[in-house]
Ligand binder design. Structure first.
Ligand SMILES: Nc1ncnc2c1ncn2[C@@H]1O[C@H](COP(=O)(O)OP(=O)(O)O)[C@@H](O)[C@H]1O
Ligand SMILES: [Mg+2]
Length: 305
């Protein structure tokens, strides 16, 4: 069964079309990454899918419930972690969890909060103020709070923004554990390494869905060919490469330059003049997800102009 199956989701705020005819299917137990630049409609789409916001157009079902008619039921059965989710910093960890338990009508409150605290390993620190927790612990507490009512679907909106790499890794291990237990997860993120941890990714740009599939599918569908250049003073070659029609984009990765294009012959021709420089290495490379996203972003800024 699909945990999410929506067709033609559309939302306007005033005159502005924010989500344009977006269709999405997420299978039960799947972890789907939701990617795209800021202001592309990720949060708005998520809010429509968790029953908080009524779409102007579109239909479908979430957890088997009708997206329009059963919004209340959807809202109570999904776990939703809002962007910049935060706790009441001047309440204790336990008080925060009790508050959430009450929101979800969980009874008895004490039992649910104690279980959650035990699972987190925070039982002995339950009287500590939430504001005193480190970023990583806050994140863990947030995830525990939005899964307290045992939802089958988790919608996470940039859950790891500003969290350090170690805490992000722990967070993703927990996401995979939850998915292995049958939870479905849709997670928006800006981090490439997180996108690579998803079973499937969806890319939205200024309201339009541009790509949907496995990491491999999304990279392949972009139809990019990539070379890496390494050597001294590469910057000097950038203007000529940029001016060449065979080159679509140039992106620095550490000491190397990634040069990509859609026409392999034209790209080779563009790189030909560099071959006479013995200190420059030109190697054909695998296109990575970041190359693809840079292409999506530059294509859609062109469309906006
Ligand atoms: N309640 C609202 N009223 C008016 N405009 C909004 C509202 N919510 C979002 N927007 C606008 O919709 C666009 C998409 O926003 P959002 O869904 O938050 O994108 P993302 O999460 O991808 O950054 C942005 O231009 C934003 O300013
Ligand atoms: Mg957002």
């Amino acid at each position: 069964m699909n945990a999410i199956e929506v067709t033609g989701l559309t939302k306007r705020f005033g005159q502005k079309l924010v989500v344009n005819n977006v269709s999405l299917k997420v299978k039960s137990g799947e972890i789907v990454g939701f990617l795209g630049p800021n202001g592309s409609g990720k949060t708005t789409s998520i809010r429509m899918m968790c029953g908080l916001l009524k779409p102007d157009n579109g239909h479908g079902q979430v957890l088997g419930y009708d997206l329009i008619k059963d919004r209340l039921r959807i809202k109570s059965q999904v776990g939703y972690m809002t962007q910049k989710f935060s706790f009441y910093e001047d309440l204790t960890i336990e008080e925060n969890l009790s508050f959430v338990a009450r929101l979800y009508n969980l009874a008895p409150i004490k039992k649910h909060t104690t279980e959650t605290l035990e699972k987190l390993g925070l039982l002995s620190r339950r009287k500590q103020l939430a504001g005193e927790l480190s970023g990583g612990w806050k994140q863990r507490l947030a995830l525990a709070a939005c899964t307290m009512h045992k939802p089958k679907l988790l919608l996470l909106d940039e859950p790891t923004a500003g969290v350090d790499p170690k805490a992000r890794r722990d967070f993703w291990e927990e996401i995979h554990r939850l998915a292995a237990d049958g939870m479905t997860v849709l997670v928006s993120t800006h981090y490439m390494d997180e996108a690579e941890r998803c079973h499937r990714i969806t890319y939205i740009s200024y309201g339009n869905l541009l790509a949907d599939g496995s990491l491999h599918d999304v990279i392949a569908s972009a139809g990019l060919h990539t070379y890496t250049l390494t050597g001294p003073d590469l910057e000097g070659f950038i203007p000529a490469l940029q001016a060449d029609d065979g080159v679509q984009q140039i992106a620095p990765f550490g000491n190397a330059l990634h040069v990509t294009g859609t026409d392999p012959q034209a790209l080779k021709r563009a790189l030909k003049p560099l071959e006479q420089h013995n200190d420059i290495r030109i190697e054909q490379a695998e296109t990575n997800l970041e190359d693809v996203f840079i292409k999506f972003m530059s294509d859609s800024t062109d469309n906006m102009q």
